[in-house]
Design a protein. Sequence first.
Length: 83
Amino acid sequence: MTLMNEPMHKNENRKKYCRFKKNGIKYIDYKDANFLLKLINEQGKILPRRITGTSLKFQRKVAQAVKRARHLALLPYVTDSLK
C-alpha cells in the first residue's frame, strides 16, 4: 500500500542531467548513427528533453544532427522496427 505523496517508482526522484555537459561534448556528429539511435525512439522520432534530460542547447544540436543524418539517409525518417 502506497501513500499518494510517495513516488510509485524510485526513478521519479532522480535528477536528470545533460550527458553532453557532463562528458564535455561540444559537437554532436551527425555521421555517428549509432549514437543518434540512442536519442530517437522505435518509430524514429526524436526523444524529448523531459525524457532524455538533455539541456535546451544540446537538444537543438541533437535535433539538427538527426535531421542532417536523415537527409543523408544515415537514419530513417519513420520506421516500425528500428530497434
